[in-house]
Each structure stands twice: as C-alpha cells, then as structure tokens.
Design a protein around this ligand. Structure first.
Ligand code: VG1
Ligand code: CO
Length: 546
C-alpha cells in the first residue's frame, strides 16, 4: 500500500479555541484543510506513533469523510492501532473513558459540540491526551504553531474504506483497526460508580417518571442502553434518540431555548418528575423538574453536596473546582464540608491537572457542564445519573432539593446574557474598553444606581504545573454583592459573541422565589453601561438569555 506525500500551503486559521478547532463544514471541505490540521497534530503529539488512538464523534455531517481520512493518515504516520466507534460515533465522555480504560495514547474527537451541524453547519476536531482529557493549552498551541509551518502531509492511498456499521477487526494499509461498541466501556464505568440496583427500583417503581432528550445527537444510544435497557425505564424515556448528521435541523444545545420540546413537556400538564437533555457530543446536561429549571451552577452545588452518598465517591471527597464565571454556589458547599475550592478559566482542559493530582473530585461550568474524576471531560449522562441517585435517596422533587439547598446556603441568582453576531472588531473594542477602564472603575456609580466596588481581569496560575493563563475574563464587582463577568466566546466559527455572566447572592429565604431576570435587571444594565455595549454594538438587548 503506497503512502502519498501531499504538499500544501499552511492554513492560517487552525488555532484551537476553548474546545478544539471549529470551523464551518464548508471550510473543512476545502481541499487539504482537515488533513493539514491532522498532520500538525500527528507531528506534535508524537505519543501517537506506536500507540493506540481512539477515534469517533457526535456523528455530525462530514464525520464519515473525516474518519476515512484520519484512518489513512494514522496508518501513514505510524499509529499502532485505532479503536473507532461503530458508526463513527463516540460521545466525548465515552472517548475519555475508553482512552483511560484501554491505555490509549490519545483520542481524536470529531465534534463541534453544541454548534449546529449539517452541510450549512459546523464541524470540529479535538485532541484528547492519555489521561483522557482535552489537550492542555501548551499542546494545542504547539499544534497550531506546527500547522503554520506545515509543508506536506502523509496519507495512505485510498482503500475501500472501513465498514463502520458493525463491530469487527480489520486493517487500513496494514494498521490494525477495531470498530468497537462505543457504549461498552462507558456503561461499565457507570455501573462501577452508581448503585444501579437502587436506580432500577426508582425507574421501575411506577411512581417516578423521567424523560431524556438526546436532541438527535450522540447520547441517544448511551441513554437508551443505560436508562432503558439497564435500569428498566420505559421504552419511550429517551426522546429524539437517533443521532442524525444535522441533529434533525436543531441546535444541539441543552438549554431552555434550544430544548424547546422538552421544556414544553416539563412545564405542561402532568409533567414527568425529571427532565434532562444533553448536547451534540454528550458532555453537557440540562436538568429540569416539574415546571422547574435547575441552573447549572446550582446543579454543581447540589451534586457536590450529595456525591458522598454515591458508592463511587464514598469517603474520598476533598475538593471542588468551577470555572470562574460559574456562580459561587459550589464554593459554599465546599466550605461547609471543609473541602478545597478552585476557580479556573473557562474550558474543561483547565480541570485536568487538578483532577490528576486528586486535588478535586468534582468540577463544573455554568455552561451546563458537570463531571467528576471518573473521566477527564464533562459528562452529561453522568450528571443525570447523579440526579437520579439524589432523587432515589431523598424521594423529593427536583424543586424541593434545589430550594432546600438555597435555604441552607443562600441562593446565587444567576444568568448569562449572550450578545451574538458581533463583528470581531466590536468584540475586541468591548474588551479593550473594559481593560482601559479597569484601574479607574472602583467607586463609579452607574445609571442603574449600582456602585462598582472592584474590577480586574482574571488570570490563572495552575497550582500543579505553575503555568499562567492571562486574559481569561473581566470581572466587575458591585457594592451590593453583585458580580458581572465579561468574556468573548472561543467556540464560535464566525463573528464574535460576548458573554456577560451576572450573579448576586441572596441570603433572605423570603426572596429566594423572586423572578430571576427582574432580580438581576439592574445588574444587567450596569454591566451594559460599564462595557459601553450599546454605543459599540447598537444592541440594547441580549440575543440569548440562559
Ligand atoms: C463554551 C462554554 C465553556 C465550554 C465550551 C465547550 O465556550 O462557555 O464553558 O467549556 O463552550 O463546551 P465559549 O468559549 O464559547 O464560552 V462544548 O459542550 O461546546 O465542548
Ligand atoms: Co459539548
């Protein structure tokens, strides 16, 4: 079998963002675009030569072509063996589990996560290292640097292609390839962590109902295998269960806007006890009770509070980590339990060292991501199993569990306002404006009446390897206890999105059921004012409120 050396001109837009390289499908379809990035990856991550590679993704449009190209390039670059998910499918947390359980050198994930798919949508590629987690920044930067100097890539000549539809062993240009069931390792791991007997009792009791919305993305097969086949939930528990290349035309982002069908069900007549949804690649989760939305920051706090009751976590909890824009609810739980609490930049890659060093066992982000040290990714279905375990233990409603948490720790009123569709220049102007003002903001009274107490730009020094990441979000605190955080999204594929994260802690139980957006309205307008948002963008209202 021949190896082709294809000469190319480097692509200047191959710098990975918050979570891998994401571009429009159209960009990825340009000749040599995908192959160039993959060659930069193979050149940088030399552990793959002679090692095992795990390959798969959320099944979005263009995945089959990408799998075929990557298999032939892996063969040409000396990879010893590839484990590819049946149908090219593999959820992000399951890739993490399989890398760890099978001692693989790394994994390539084909996903743009919550971004829409299909010919008009986005595609993405992400590299995970031997601990199962996203490649840390020095690695992604090295891949980018390499991509800028790349002159050629190596690929085995085209073959008939691997039949991905069935589990079997085969080879590509002499390199062994195993098509594996992408659910097996993950299901085994969940069975080790959770009391499946107990969850089976709950789900088959007849007095408890749940619905899981897989949003036509990758978690469908996982949720069916675990919730329905293993735990005995009725056959229609998982809705929109079949992965589709375009996610059925939807936006596979589990929030109140994009998981509309589920939300209507949970806020309608006679709703189930628990509603849950996951995103394109299965690492995000949304939790709903009967007519009740669990804010992801609250979910992290509740999960942390109950984890020790679950078999996989008994007697070994000692720390929690959250991304900086996530509310401080989890910190209060940690303080009450005498655990350490860490605050990291946005992006799961920053949790890896803390988890590897056993400084924390659970972590989460406001963007519907929670997980523990069982893998090195956020894990949507895991969070659902934790919630099921909590409900099986307490036999109370989701709303009661959350309200009880508020009454013990206080409530962090929390919302995120996204301003999408900005030009990159507008995004930069907002960041520059805030940076320029930072030193003089303290003491400023805004039109909304709030007074700035302090402001800074978040930088993080990793306590394990000492590396510092700067410019990770601008924080403004107000004298009434409110906080506004400003960040530009690093997962979009066109223009810029400004995210404003707003929160204020409330200790008075009589105010815990106040309307969320009303409660934070003055903070939202103070934040807009400080950032000179309307003057710079012309936008007076956010494009998305979560
Ligand atoms: C967003 C979220 C971040 C998350 C990232 C990847 O990044 O804010 O918390 O880790 O998406 O999630 P950004 O840079 O757009 O704010 V996923 O599920 O899309 O892999
Ligand atoms: Co995701």
């Amino acid at each position: 079998m021949g190896i082709i050396e294809q000469t190319i001109t480097p692509f200047t837009d191959q710098r990975p963002g918050t979570s891998g390289l994401r571009q429009s499908v159209a960009r990825f379809q340009e000749p040599h675009y995908l192959a160039a990035f993959v060659q930069a990856l193979f050149d940088t991550c030399t552990e793959l030569a002679g090692g095992t590679l795990v390959l798969g993704g959320d099944g979005r449009y263009y995945s089959e072509t990408a799998v075929d190209t990557i298999l032939r390039m892996a063969a040409a670059n000396g990879v010893a063996r590839v484990l590819v998910g049946r149908g090219g499918l593999f959820s992000t947390p399951a890739v993490s589990a399989t890398i760890r359980r099978r001692g693989a050198a790394g994994g390539i994930l084909l996903t743009a996560s919550h971004n829409p798919g299909g010919p008009e949508g986005d595609f993405g590629i992400k590299y995970n290292v031997a601990n199962g987690g996203p490649a840390p920044e020095p690695v992604t930067e090295a891949i980018f640097d390499r991509s800028q100097a790349l002159e050629r890539y190596r690929i085995a000549e085209g073959t008939a292609g691997v039949d991905l539809s069935r589990v079997h062993d085969t080879e590509v240009a002499g390199m062994p390839v195993s098509v594996i069931d992408p659910v097996v390792d993950y299901r085994a791991l969940m069975a080790e962590l959770f009391d499946f007997e107990r969850l089976r009792d709950l789900l088959s009791s007849g007095s408890f109902r749940m619905v899981f919305d897989a949003m036509h993305a990758v978690t469908g097969p996982y949720a069916q295998a675990i919730l329905e086949d293993e735990l005995g939930a009725p056959a229609d528990t998982v809705i929109r269960a079949h992965p589709r290349p375009d996610f059925g035309g939807g936006h596979p982002d589990p929030n109140l806007i994009h998981a509309r069908e589920l939300v209507e069900l949970m806020y309608g007549a006679d709703p189930p006890d628990l509603g849950a949804a996951s995103d394109g690649d299965g690492d995000r989760n949304m939790i709903l009770g009967r007519g009740f939305f669990v804010n992801p920051s609250d979910s992290l706090a509740v999960i942390a509070d109950h984890l020790e009751d679950i078999p996989g976590y008994r007697g070994r909890m000692g720390g929690v980590a959250r991304s900086m824009p996530t509310s401080r609810a989890a910190d209060r739980v940690a303080a009450a339990k005498g655990w350490a609490a860490y605050e990291t930049p946005t992006g799961w890659k920053f949790f890896g060292n803390l988890l590897d060093a056993d400084l924390v066992q659970v972590c989460g982000e406001e963007s519907f991501g929670t997980s523990s040290d069982h893998v090195r990714e956020k894990d949507g279905l895991w969070a659902v199993l934790v919630w099921l375990s909590i409900l099986a233990e307490r036999r109370e409603s989701v709303a009661t569990v959350v309200r009880d948490s508020w009454s013990r720790y206080g409530r962090d009123f929390y919302t995120r306002h996204d301003y999408a569709g900005l030009t990159p220049e507008q995004g930069e102007r907002i960041a520059d404006t805030l940076r320029r003002k930072l030193g003089g903001l303290a003491g400023t009274r805004t039109e909304a009446g709030l007074v700035v107490e302090a402001a800074d730009e978040f930088a993080y020094t990793d306590p394990v390897d000492g590396r510092t990441s700067s410019q990770q979000g601008i924080r403004v605190w107000f004298t009434d206890g409110g906080r506004a955080v400003f960040r530009l999204s690093g997962t979009g594929t066109s223009g810029a999105t400004l995210r404003i994260y707003l929160e204020r802690w409330e200790g008075d139980p009589l105010r815990h059921n106040d309307d969320l957006q009303n409660t934070l309205a003055d903070l939202a307008s103070a934040a807009r004012e400080v950032a000179e948002l309307e003057a710079i963008t012309g936008m007076a209202e956010p494009s998305l409120v979560v």
